[in-house]
Write a protein that binds this ligand. Sequence first.
Ligand SMILES: Cc1cc2nc3c(=O)[nH]c(=O)nc-3n(C[C@H](O)[C@H](O)[C@H](O)COP(=O)(O)OP(=O)(O)OC[C@H]3O[C@@H](n4cnc5c(N)ncnc54)[C@H](O)[C@@H]3O)c2cc1C
Length: 491
Amino acid sequence: MEKRTCDVAIVGAGIIGVMVARELSKYQLSVAVIERESDVGMGQSTSNSAIIHSGHDPEPGTLKARFNVRGNKLWYQIAPELDIPLENSGALVVAVGAEEQDRLPALMEQGRENGVEGLEILSREETLEREPHLTPDVSGALSTPSAGVVDAFQGVLGAAENAAHNGVEFLLNTEVRGAIVENGTLRALETTSGTVEATWFINAAGVYADEVMHLAGDHPEFEISARRGEYFVFDENAFHVNTVLFPMPGKKGKGILVTTTTHGNTMIGPNSDYISDKEDHAVTQHGLNEIVAGATRLVPDASPRYVIATFAGVRATGNHHPDGHGRDFLVERSATVNGLINLAGIESPGYASAPAIAEYAVELLREAGVTLQEKPDWDPIRKRIPRFRDMSHPERANLVAGNPAFGRIVCRCEEVTEGEIVQAIHSPIPATSYDAIKRRTWLGAGRCQGSFDYPRTMEILARELGVSMTEITKKGPGSVFLYRQTKEEVI
Ligand SMILES: Cc1cc2nc3c(=O)[nH]c(=O)nc-3n(C[C@H](O)[C@H](O)[C@H](O)COP(=O)(O)OP(=O)(O)OC[C@H]3O[C@@H](n4cnc5c(N)ncnc54)[C@H](O)[C@@H]3O)c2cc1C
């Protein structure tokens, strides 16, 4: 087994881990990201509502409130640098009936206390003018104009690719299984690819952050419960909303919303169910009924008739309750284990907060005495692979003239070309499975859900990776499509 040594090792390549990696890539440090999956962003960071919340919802005085408001501002700065689709759609918290209408001023006050700008209470008429699909029973809304919708996978990929471009090493298919602690200092992590020694370890392991911390002997009382949220995605040709529509918040959090997405589809969800298995991503009939009931209360058109996809994400709900506050993120330099920084219990609004949490993690290292010398050649810019579908005819012609592979359409619904697939395979965080290509290009995400493109994409993957078709997987080890050739002799 190999042994690696670096200055900082980050566990987890979700939005938190990759944002920290990008932030650290500005400095003269050797940084490695350890990720058990075959690709970045395969945890909760890409199975969520993809909303850059404004910060009106968290309880004032919490880390959630502080990082959400700061993260929201940073996202609008970072997204253009990393070519991440982010639309400043705004959001409405919709009141139905007099009781809910009466709660709007307190919600606005809470947002103002958190530092959210531009909040405004809209009348029934103003609300319906902005969102004609809303129920006629609407009585008003709180408008939060700084909210936005993001392409959640591109957010993770953009930060990861930029970090890799600036020297960060990504150890994929590598799971942390043990820790070596000497005299109260974390020296190394034992992984499925060998030992990783570092001076600092950053625990950004999502729903498993409690287990990683326990391996190092930290916070035995801290636990993460898995809380599942299910979703429905509508066909692009079904109804559209212009913004994010929240119901009034309730006991289960922000509630079931109806939202626009950067891909042009409308999406509804999530519900909130505590589950015993952190890997349980099942979509249930009960869950979907609950979502439809919640969504149609706001938008009567949100019927399941035009649904093309369903999915579920699992929230990392921790049990950290700082004095006098409700549940909060556990973001700290460990008080008991030297060399460990915990970024744990990062449930919503964790995606929106990620750039601010990353900024703070670097501050924690600075306070601990780490020398942070800036790299003179740090490059903040990352470009996505070209997207044939969105190009004008002259742009397409130009692209095809430079590389004929961009003239061969592999996915008909989403118009994804062979050129895009080949670039995804050879990108800074290489796409090595069918799903990895799908996440990068949106191939297979249209109405036919991949029926036409599967075999061709597998051929291209096999050719570019120099392996047999029987080695091509759907989503990494253990998910091959083909077991053997049909006419092969079986002994
Ligand atoms: C249903 C739902 C809706 C949400 N909606 C929003 C929203 O609209 N806006 C918002 O701001 N937030 C939202 N969130 C919250 C947001 O998605 C999370 O806060 C954020 O993604 C947390 O990122 P992370 O990097 O901590 O976790 P993850 O993305 O889960 O990443 C953790 C990574 O660590 C890896 N890992 C775990 N254990 C190990 C190990 N032992 N060794 C190596 N690797 C390991 C995992 O494979 C994973 O890739 C939502 C979450 C859910 C589930």
